[in-house]
Design a protein around this ligand. Sequence first.
Ligand code: ZN
Ligand code: ZN
Length: 95
Amino acid sequence: MQPRGEDREKEVSMKLFWNEGGEIACAAHMPFAGSDTHAAGRWRVITTNDRIDFAAEVGHAPACATCAAIARRHGEGAHVERRSNECAMCAGAVA
Ligand SMILES: [Zn+2]
Ligand SMILES: [Zn+2]
């Protein structure tokens, strides 16, 4: 059975990575692939199995730490006067 295009797209946009230290980042917030930081941290993609294991162990799904911090600031009203280009919720408000 072929996966529906819609599902595949969602999977890509939600792609997360983590490093040896357990830091989690999305494609936009992880160190640039090919940079020293990226190589030193041994960043790799979080697979579906990794997500399940993580959720079972930690109690919530893995999420990008930077995105989470931006979302938290948004929730605190930090973007009321000036929208953040990085903030998905601000971007959603514009669309
Ligand atoms: Zn992110
Ligand atoms: Zn915002």
